[in-house]
Every structure is written in C-alpha cells, then in structure tokens.
Design a protein around this ligand. Structure first.
Ligand SMILES: Nc1ncnc2c1ncn2[C@@H]1O[C@H](COP(=O)(O)OP(=O)(O)OP(=O)(O)O)[C@@H](O)[C@H]1O
Ligand SMILES: [Mg+2]
Length: 488
C-alpha cells in the first residue's frame, strides 16, 4: 500500500529537482558553446588579417620578414598557440614551435582549405589533453585583378588564388577553466537547491497529509470509545467528504442502537405484563384459601388467557427475528393469490362473525405471483385481522385483489375506528399501538404491522395506509408479480 505522504514527497522532489538538473546542464553547455564561438571568431579575424600581411610581405617564399615574425610571436603568445604556415607544395615554411619546418603537411583540413574553406574544430578536454584546444585551418589568399573573360569591354575582374594554408591550434584552457568553475559552482548550488527542495517536500508532505491523519485519529477515538459525537468539519473538500460519510455512518449506528435499546425495553415490558397479571391472579387465589370452585375456574381461565397472550407475543417475536435473519433468502414460488386469499378469509370469518363484522372478497382477476407463500399469508392475515379487530359492530371489511402487467394490488378496507393522523407514521414500529387502553381490550402486541411491512419490503413491494377516525382505514399493498432480487 502506498503512503500519501511518500507520494507527495516524491512528486514535489521530482518537480523541483529535474528542472534544476536540466537548467544546470543547459547553462554549462550553453556557456561552452558561446565561449568557443566567440574565441574562434576573434582568432579567425586576426588570422585573416595576418594572412593578408603574409601575401603583402611575400612570406610564403621568404620567411625572414621581422614584421610578420613579430606579429606571429605576439599572436601565439596571446592565444597560447602554435601557427604553421604551409605553402602550395604542402611544405611547412613556418612553425612557431620550430619543429615541423620543411616537412610536408597533408591532412583533410589542409586540402579543403586549399580549396578556399576555413575550418575550425574544437577538441574537448580529456585525459590526454587536459585543457582542450581549438584547431583552425585558414586559406592564405591573394586577390588579383585580371581582364574580364569577354574582355572586349576592357573590364577587369577580381580573381583569388589560394597561395597557402595557415594551421593554427590554440589552447582552450581559459574556457575549460571557466567551464569547470561554472560546473563546480552550479553543483554546489544544485546540492543546496536539492537540500532545500527535500526540506520543502518533506514539510509539504507532512502538512498536506495532516488532515488525513486527523480524520484517522478521530475515527480511532470513536472506535475506542473516547468520543461518540460527530467529527469536526475539516478544511479540505476531500477529507470533508470522508468525515461526512463517517458522520452519517455514526448517526445510523446511533439510531440503530437507540431502536435496539427501545426494542429490548419494549420486549421486556410486553413479556412482563402477562407475567405480572398471572402472578397477581395466582397470589389472589393463594390468599383466598378455600374459595368457591367457580372463582378458581374463572381465575385459572384468566391465567390461561395470559399464557396465550405471552405465547402469541413470543410467536410474533420469533417470526420477526426469523424474518430479519432470512431476509436474504425467501422461499419463492408461484402462488395463486386468489386461492391464498380464500383460505385465509375462511379461517378469519368465524372471528369476524363473533365480532359482528362482515368480510367480503372481490377478485378482479386471477393473479399468480412469485412470492414467499408463508410470508404472503402473514401479510394478508395481519391486515385482515386488524381490519376485523379495529372495526365496529355491524362493520364491514372489503378485501379486493387486482393486477396490472407488473404488480398485483391488495386492498383491505374497513369501516372501523380509524387511526389518528399523528399515529399513522408510527403504526409500523414494533409494539406500537394507537390507544393503549382501548387496544388492550382488543388485544394484540403491536408487532403485526412491523412483521407485515418487513415481509412486503422483502418482496420489493409497498404499503400505504389511509385512514379517517371513526370512518375507517384503507390499506393498499402493491407487490411485483415477478420476484426481483435486491442487488439485480
Ligand atoms: N385497520 C385498523 N384500524 C384502526 N387501527 C389500526 C388498524 N390497523 C392497525 N391499527 C392500529 O395500529 C396499531 C398497530 O397494529 P399492529 O397490527 O402492528 O399491532 P396490533 O394489531 O396491536 O397487534 P398484533 O401484533 O397482534 O397485530 C394497532 O394497535 C392499532 O392501534
Ligand atoms: Mg395487528
């Protein structure tokens, strides 16, 4: 895994050091080229003047001219060099070092110069020649005036003859010395620059990575329980995104925790209530000693009711837990919803009759859907049970089934007591019951709709409840005909 700090450090280092290196090489190379060019031009000009003098004094045939010799000496001293003067027969007539006089000097450069070319070569310093030198060959030219070719006009034209070649080599020591100095100085400068860049890079890497460290530390604090509130807002957009996401996670965790605590509290309370009643009933019986057997019977039947209640609460709770656990693997099959409705209503009708409520079923079409049959039964029976339970005398419950090409809809409409507006948002909460005292009479644990909603969302369906107090309640459930897995 790569570290952000190291990455920032390397990037700044590269961005800083590479231009510094290029700049240094460029400056030194540029200096050398310019200095050599300049020196060559100056020497070439001087030598051209000298070449003219050589012609004037006829030096190529007679090298005794003191003026030229003095001039030659001055130049060679000035540039720390050597001059060879070669005549047309490639014979060295003058060598300022006095070594090669009378010898033949043929080289490519000399022959080219005999054709009128001036040539210059810079031989860079190496191990054999410490300072480097510049070698130049310059033609010694004589210009004469001759009658023009079409000479009737009497015009004359200039003709140049190469009479000899001058070979000059002079040391580039001063240039090499300055170049070395420049190299040394720029190396020192570069080292200092690199040290500075490394420092700046390290500093920036630490500074730029600091917000990330802060976020990490804050998250560790939360993990180890040193803080539980939201993390402070950061100054960077990137870290702000992380912090926002983390704070949302924290909030979700908090809400989850709260609802879990509330759930546990509710469960304990609900489970305790029937137990308390049983205890009171049993204690009263014990205190009475030899009470009327009828009274015993009545109390025991009350105790039995409480046991049933406890049992139904535990059954509901288990259903809920099971649904949470198996949320991802429902047992899907093709189910004829019409048949399922018939079966469930047949089971519920005796209860409805007891409460003087009429239950009607209206199927607009045959519906076959991919559902979990057990869960679908739970949904239907919970809704119809509620519509019966929270109804009035001579009330009605209308169950209707319809479908389009994607969903089937199940409507359970009653003419019951209705749900107050402020309670509508809470009816799916576990253990929520609208009017505690009234609901107690009716009986129930407040888990039915929680289970129903859970089962509906497992089928990717929706549930909508509309209600008016003392008029009635309508529950509309819509479920896809074809089961869709969540992550498809
Ligand atoms: N059709 C309805 N008419 C009026 N009130 C209703 C209706 N359906 C639900 N309620 C209200 O919503 C509350 C929650 O319903 P839910 O089915 O979750 O619990 P319950 O019926 O009290 O208990 P159980 O767990 O036995 O179903 C009910 O207590 C009731 O107050
Ligand atoms: Mg219910």
């Amino acid at each position: 895994m790569r570290s952000l700090k190291v990455r920032i450090f390397l990037i700044i280092l590269l961005v800083g050091v590479i231009p510094a290196l290029i700049l240094r090489a460029g400056i030194v190379a540029n200096y050398e080229k310019r200095a050599i060019n300049q020196r060559e031009t100056v020497v070439q000009n001087q030598m051209k003047i000298l070449a003219n003098h050589l012609i004037t004094y006829n030096y190529l045939t007679d090298t005794s001219s003191p003026v030229i010799n003095a001039e030659l000496e001055m130049l060679t001293n000035l540039y720390d060099g050597r001059v060879l003067i070669i005549n047309k027969s490639y014979v060295v007539v003058k060598d300022t070092y006095g070594i090669s006089e009378g010898k033949i000097a043929i080289s490519e450069e000399v022959s080219r110069s005999f054709k009128g070319e001036s040539i210059s070569n810079y031989v860079e310093a190496d191990e054999a020649n410490r300072d480097g030198y510049i070698e130049m060959t310059i033609p010694i030219m004589e210009t004469r005036l001759v009658p023009a070719m079409e000479s009737d006009s009497g015009k004359e034209e200039e003709v140049t003859d190469v009479k000899g070649v001058m070979l000059i080599s002079f040391s580039a020591e001063s240039i090499t010395v300055i170049k070395d100095l420049l190299l040394r100085k720029s190396t020192i400068l570069e080292v200092l620059l690199i040290i500075a860049i490394v420092g700046v890079a390290a500093f920036l890497a630490v500074i730029l990575a600091r917000p990330f460290n802060k976020v990490t530390n804050a998250i560790i604090d939360v993990k180890e329980g040193r803080r539980s509130d939201a993390l402070p807002v950061s100054d960077y957009v990137e870290t702000t995104h992380i912090i926002d996401a983390f704070n949302q996670l924290l909030e979700r965790e908090r809400i989850l925790n709260e609802s879990r605590q509330e759930f546990v509290a509710n469960v304990s309370h609900e489970l305790k209530t029937p137990l308390t009643s049983m205890k009171v009933l049993a204690d009263s019986l014990l205190e009475m000693g030899d009470a009327d057997p009828e009274l015993y019977k009545e109390f025991l039947s009350d105790i039995a009711k409480e046991i049933d209640r406890e049992n139904s609460i535990i059954t509901d709770l288990l259903a809920l837990v099971k649904m949470d656990k198996t949320a991802n693997e429902p047992n899907i099959s093709k189910v004829k919803i019409n048949d399922l409705l018939e079966i469930i209503l047949k089971r519920l009708r005796p209860i409805a009759r007891k409460m003087d409520v009429e239950v009607m079923l209206e199927c607009h079409r045959e519906v076959e859907a991919e559902v979990d049959e057990v869960k679908m039964s739970l949904i239907i029976s919970n809704l119809v049970e509620n519509a019966i339970k929270y109804n009035k005398e001579h009330g009605h419950v209308n169950v209707s089934l319809d479908a389009d090409h994607q969903h089937f809809t199940l409507e359970v409409k009653d003419t019951g007591i209705g749900i107050p507006k402020e309670s509508l948002g809470h009816i799916y909460e576990r253990f929520y019951r609208v009017d505690k005292s009234h609901s107690r009479e009716i009986g129930g644990t407040g888990l039915g709709l929680a289970i129903t909603k859970n089962a509906i969302s497992m089928h990717r369906g929706t549930i909508k409840v509309t209600s008016e107090e003392n008029v009635g309640t309508t529950v509309l459930v819509s479920i896809p005909l074809i089961y869709v897995k969540k992550d498809q």
